[in-house]
Ligand binder design. Structure first.
Ligand code: SF4
Ligand code: SF4
Length: 180
């Protein structure tokens, strides 16, 4: 019987009730990713940002997610304890329509990489530096489906077409088919 393939899923759980808005996570993230490592810190370079509303005692860490080439058309409006938040406030994307999660000098997108490093860290730095335990790190194994889904093929073909043009993709596929 074939062993089930698994992949490691890394998660940082956020308990907003424990966050006190100290921003230590922002500082250490930017230092961890400085060149050379730990040579400087600048929260504008952090891959986590803490939404702070001290008068309402609301602090919410938001992690940098995927880059998106264009702003989305949907918007989510949040009301927490009567305060209305900007429609994009909790979005994790590095998006052209706002300045969050962009490297200040180059404008390149920033994304949380879970502090990938060699040797591997026991826990991401923001978790280690969060003294209130608002951030906790978890790992789990999840089964991987090896089968290629049709949508995966569509996305792959579209990416190739964007780069080389459909005609070249079609010609290449025809040549490959003739080899069989
Ligand atoms: S280090 Fe922890 S307590 Fe401080 S802002 Fe970040 S998540 Fe909140
Ligand atoms: S896990 Fe690492 S890369 Fe991600 S926000 Fe925390 S310190 Fe930054």
């Amino acid at each position: 019987m074939n062993a089930v393939k698994t992949k490691k899923i890394k998660t940082i759980k956020i308990d907003v009730d424990k966050c006190n808005g100290c921003r230590a996570c922002e500082v250490i993230c930017s230092a961890m990713h400085a060149e050379p490592r730990y040579s400087s810190n600048n929260p504008a370079r952090s891959r986590v940002r803490v939404i702070r509303d001290p008068l309402a005692d609301i602090y919410i860490p938001v992690y940098a997610g995927e880059y998106t080439a264009a702003e989305c058309t949907g918007r989510d409006r949040y009301v927490i304890d009567g305060k209305v938040y900007d429609e994009c406030a909790f979005c994790r994307a590095s998006c052209p329509s706002r300045g969050f999660f962009k490297e200040p000098d180059s404008g390149l997108p920033l994304k949380c990489d879970m502090c990938e490093s060699d040797p591997t860290l026991k826990e991401p730095m923001c978790v280690q530096w969060c003294l209130t335990d608002a951030l906790t790190y978890e790992e789990r194994e999840e089964p991987v489906d090896d089968a290629i889904e049709p949508e995966d093929v569509d996305v792959g073909l579209e990416a190739l077409a964007n780069k080389y043009g459909w005609q070249q993709v079609v010609d290449s596929m025809s040549r490959l088919a003739k080899k069989d």
